[in-house]
Design a protein around this ligand. Structure first.
Ligand SMILES: C[S@@+](CC[C@H](N)C(=O)[O-])C[C@H]1O[C@@H](n2cnc3c(N)ncnc32)[C@H](O)[C@@H]1O
Length: 277
């Protein structure tokens, strides 16, 4: 199944396409903050004894390549693939501007153009929920993973009752006055409701080991437009909200030894599945 419906349009017409979510310094907005938390969590996962500690990283459905920027900045040899030629150009430009090394390819997650066992990490952020048939992209990701390689699948299912839904009322209020007149409409993109029960058995069958699944991103996005691609609030509001989020996570950390970005599946914004080949 071709799953690029809507993406190319949104990358072409939305000014959010040019946001850069990677930062080496302190996060200034909630997207930078979220990606920083993903990266801190991924670093923790990479401490697992089953990981082969290799540095070849593939991001599938890379968009602007934000998570790859973190990997590249930490010495990984990054390859980025997306079905949208527009966003591959944008990702390449972001890497160039930040002097980060990376290889960029237009390609389909259903048929990755790489030999078996060519990567030590295969990561996707917000990709797998756009497929009705998830077996094919999962098979491809496992195929290109080397032995001891790590699969990181960050999935954003169409949840009915997660943390975001509880704060929809704030976003409804913001919508009333923030969206600038004449702003291009976003195209609605298909998202499945599949939980980890759909993905984990497939990955087990494909021979993945030490599989784990968890809810992740336990705080709401506050914006006039929380759909892909996500819109930011004015700078000062973003900075104030990021400080609040930082305080909330620090509190969570004080009460548990578990990474504070993890939560119950179904509660957070997303689902994270990881395991080793
Ligand atoms: C929600 S965006 C996430 C982008 C990026 N990973 C991020 O974290 O911001 C999903 C991305 O997957 C890409 N995509 C959709 N279907 C694809 C496919 N079949 N093969 C490769 N990329 C695909 C889209 O073009 C889009 O850039």
């Amino acid at each position: 199944m071709k799953s690029d419906t809507g993406f190319e349009h949104n990358w072409q017409v939305r000014r959010e396409a040019y946001y850069n979510h990677w930062t080496r310094t302190m996060p200034k907005n909630q997207i930078q903050f979220a990606f920083r938390q993903h990266w801190l969590l991924f670093q923790e996962i990479m401490q697992h004894p089953s990981f082969n500690r290799g540095k070849r990283c593939l991001e599938v459905g890379c968009g602007r390549g934000t998570i790859s920027a973190y990997f590249a900045d930490h010495g990984f040899d990054c390859t980025l693939v997306d079905i949208s030629a527009t966003v591959i150009d944008i990702a390449q430009e972001i890497f160039r501007r930040n002097r980060l090394p990376g290889r960029f390819r237009v390609g389909d997650a259903n048929a990755l153009d790489f030999p078996d066992a060519s990567f030590d990490v295969v990561v996707s952020i917000g990709l797998l929920e756009h497929f009705r048939n998830v077996a094919t992209p999962l098979r491809e990701q496992v195929r290109v993973l080397d032995s001891g390689g790590l699969l990181l699948a960050y999935i954003v299912p169409e949840y009915r009752q997660n943390v975001q839904r509880r704060y929809d009322w704030i976003n409804e209020i913001l919508k009333g006055y923030v969206e600038p007149a004449g702003c291009q409409q976003k195209e609605k993109i298909y998202r499945s409701r599949y939980s980890s029960e759909k993905y984990v058995p497939i990955l087990k069958k494909l021979g993945m080991k030490h599989l784990r699944a968890s809810g992740v991103y336990p705080v709401p996005m506050i914006s006039h437009s929380v759909d892909f691609p996500f819109s930011l609030m004015p700078e000062r509001s973003e900075a104030a909200y990021v400080r609040t989020l930082e305080t909330m996570l620090a509190e969570r950390k004080r009460h548990s030894s578990r990474n504070p970005w993890l939560c119950k599946e179904g509660y957070g914004q997303a689902l994270l599945i990881w395991g080793f080949r």
